[in-house]
Design a binder for this molecule. Structure first.
Ligand code: FAD
Length: 388
């Protein structure tokens, strides 16, 4: 991919904005266990980051997909994943279905303020008894005249504590399995909707994570995104954006981690020279860099397919699987090469080690990616060109 001057200028602006508005506050926000999303997202909105590819009629930029790639890579360069994940949820996980399938009224009411950074949103799919198996969700919306009455529970919901609304996956009929689900925009201040717990986690400390309870929550039927009963299919489509944007971010994170580790080893004296003089360390870092670069080029091939409008399910599943496994090795190696300092709680290495573990679990675990991919392998269509 040859980035244009416009792309390059955009990259510099994002990097500068994050260096000014996010980076200096990360340690404090991590300590506090949250960050002021309403304040910070307004800064993101000034650069159009919350609606890069969305319709200008709703405040979007109408930009090409490469702007999303650049934004995610730049967020990945931050020395924490809490803010990047919160950003990604709003820009690439909770709003794509609304933009693609929502009514004009729904988009004006909820998408436009999300793009403007005035409202925070989340994606609520996972339940206490159903995560990997999305078809197992039980939160139920019963029709009551012009409203849905929603009862059930969702858990591990990023941005769910500070959020103003959520893209909620619910059952709207008794069909069971993949059928009879719908996506509904649920305002967080609806009576009966409560944050039952704000969850503490291994990593991503400054990103808030909620457990939500729904007790006959009344939401207008007109808040349904797209067709009633097509929620599962729409959510599967939305997962593709979620997964590939997480990969772009991971590439930014891994490149930065390797660069920072090389800087550290180049300064650290040992055995009459610097640690970087060890060929063993050089080779291991070179090998990881080679794998990160290969993943990056693979992710760029996914971006090209997205631009061409092709089905990227197989490619994004492969990229997400590879990224989840690779980032664990990169984080482990970078921490190891920082020695005792890398293990200290205040260093970026230990935070990276903790934060990066999520990639192999969230948005579809490694094994779920393998489940998707194995269908193509067994069906002998794995090596078919997605554009054919
Ligand atoms: C920090 C954090 C933030 C999150 N944010 C959100 C959010 O914003 N919105 C949201 O809806 N969800 C969110 N999640 C939930 C996340 O998507 C789920 O945790 C994930 O999909 C796995 O579901 P589960 O936890 O129920 O694990 P389970 O489904 O119980 O699976 C447990 C493990 O079993 C294995 N496994 C599962 N299925 C298979 C299979 N078919 N074959 C072989 N092995 C398998 C995997 O190793 C998996 O990790 C978040 C999770 C975390 C930890």
């Amino acid at each position: 991919m040859q980035f244009t001057e416009e792309h390059k200028m955009f990259r510099s602006s994002v990097r500068e904005m994050l260096a000014k508005n996010v980076e200096p506050h990360i340690d404090t926000w991590e300590e506090q266990g949250s960050f002021p999303a309403h304040q910070v997202f307004k800064e993101f909105a000034k650069l159009g980051l919350l609606g890069l590819e969305y319709d200008p009629a709703y405040g979007g930029e109408g930009a090409d997909h490469w702007f999303t790639v650049i934004a995610c890579e730049e967020f990945g360069r931050l020395p924490c994943n809490g803010v990047p994940i919160a950003y990604n949820v709003q820009a690439n996980m909770a709003t794509p279905s609304l933009h693609a399938h929502g009514s004009d009224q729904l988009k004006r009411e909820y998408l436009a303020p999300a793009i403007a950074g005035e409202q925070i949103c989340s994606i609520a799919v996972t339940e206490p008894d159903a995560g990997s198996d999305v078809a197992g969700i039980r939160t139920r919306a019963e029709r009551d005249g012009a409203d849905w009455l929603i009862s059930g529970a969702k858990t591990y919901i990023t941005n769910g504590v500070q959020g103003d609304w959520m893209c909620l996956l619910v059952r709207t009929s008794d069909e069971g399995g993949h059928r009879g689900m719908s996506q509904v925009v649920a305002p967080a201040d609806s009576p009966g909707l409560t944050v039952s717990r704000s969850l503490k986690k291994l990593g991503n400390w400054c990103s808030d994570t909620a457990e939500l309870t729904f007790d006959r929550v009344r939401v207008p039927v007109r808040n349904t995104i797209g067709e009633i009963g097509r929620g599962f299919q729409q959510q599967m489509e939305q997962f593709q954006t979620e997964r590939i944007s997480a990969v772009y971010q991971a590439v930014g994170q891994m490149e930065t981690a390797i660069e920072r580790t090389v800087d550290y080893l180049s300064e650290r004296p040992a055995f009459g020279g610097k640690l970087i003089d060890n060929q063993y360390l050089q080779y291991n870092l070179a090998e990881l860099a080679c794998e990160v670069d290969s993943l990056k080029q693979y992710a760029y091939s996914c971006a090209e397919l997205i631009v061409a409008g092709a089905d990227v399910t197989r490619r994004t599943s492969s990229a997400k699987l590879l990224a989840g496994k690779l980032i664990r090795r990169v984080a482990d190696t970078c921490l190891q090469y920082h020695g005792g300092m890398g293990y200290m709680a205040e260093t970026w290495t230990s935070r990276f080690f903790r934060d990066s573990r999520l990639l192999s679990i969230g948005g579809g675990a490694d094994e779920v990616m393998l489940r998707v991919l194995s269908r193509d392998v067994i069906g002998k269509t794995f090596f078919t060109d997605p554009k054919e």
